[in-house]
Design a binder for this molecule. Structure first.
Ligand SMILES: [Cu+2]
Length: 296
């Protein structure tokens, strides 16, 4: 898309946003779009999404604009007579087949480029095996001898019980917090090897732009590289209906600096606890795995 057209579309979008600003402030309409995210891939995916979005807007404006103009300009009351010359016109058929084909091919170029980048796990700096369980995650830092379970935090877990008498609004990050988060360094290409022990789960952190199924007997991979300076807590959820407590196996990733990460790994090896998650590791109990038949 030429710079000029993009500029016009951007200013049109800006004025639309301005017109709806009072609404937006109220209902957070800004959240309707996908997040830009904090990783190399998430930004690339967002840019692709916006490019294709503007292509679609331009096509929509053109097609509907032409249609509405035709309906008005050639209405019966103005004495318009239906045209019969372009029915079964080979020339028209070729044109309206070729134009969409060309548009699709043009769209396929950035889409293929992004897809290839998503699958490119070369030069990985850190590999973590992620196993989905009903209903928790297990993280195994390959080559580091650091492994632990990550389950719903106690406050959320107690509050969610029927007749717990607790107000979920008073629990911080209700159902989006875990006892022990995944810890990864910033500015590092991290590869996750995803699998599951019982049914199909899916590991999803929206801010990373990544979601992929964790399937028993299969190892899927995904990678992310959080931008330098974007340390902090990022949350996600299991995104594959995996049984009774599907909604209660959140994902929390703590992104730290490289130095903090080294210190954290060392602390794990000496039996130290992760300050963000003092709770004891939950071993996979037979009961929690066997209570529900697989239905992933
Ligand atoms: Cu799940």
């Amino acid at each position: 898309m030429s710079r000029q057209i993009r500029h016009v579309l951007n200013s049109a979008a800006a004025s639309l946003v301005a017109a709806f600003a009072p609404l937006a402030a109220h209902a957070e309409w800004g959240n309707l779009n996908m997040p830009v995210g904090v990783t190399e891939l998430s930004k690339q995916i967002h840019a692709l999404h916006m490019t294709i979005f503007w292509w679609c807007v331009a096509i929509g404006v053109f097609v509907f604009g032409w249609m509405i103009w035709s309906l008005v300009a050639f209405r019966k009351s103005k004495g318009a007579v239906p045209d019969t010359s372009i029915t079964h016109s080979t020339k028209a058929e070729i044109i309206w087949t070729l134009i969409p084909v060309v548009i699709l091919v043009i769209m396929a170029i950035p889409a293929a480029r992004t897809l290839i980048a998503i699958e490119d796990t070369r030069n990985t700096e850190l590999s973590i095996k992620v196993t989905g369980y009903q209903w928790k995650w297990h993280y195994d830092y390959l080559g580091e001898d650091v492994k632990f379970f990550s389950a719903l935090d106690r406050a959320s877990d107690e509050t969610r019980q029927l007749q717990s008498g607790r107000d979920p609004n008073e629990v911080a990050d209700y159902l989006l917090n875990v006892d022990k988060p995944l810890v990864v360094p910033e500015d590092t290409k991290v590869r996750l090897l995803l699998t599951a022990q019982d049914v199909i789960h899916a590991w999803w952190v929206p801010q990373f732009g990544m979601k992929k199924d964790a399937i028993p007997g299969v190892v899927n991979e995904l990678w992310f590289k959080v931008d330098a300076g974007k340390t902090g807590i990022y949350r996600g959820q299991c995104a594959e209906l995996c049984g009774r407590d599907h909604g209660f196996m959140p994902i929390v990733v703590k992104v730290v600096t490289k130095e903090e990460y080294k210190a954290w790994v060392a602390a794990q090896k000496t039996g130290g606890t992760n300050e963000a998650a003092p709770a004891a590791e939950a071993a996979p109990t037979v009961a929690s795995v066997a209570t529900t038949a697989p239905q992933g």
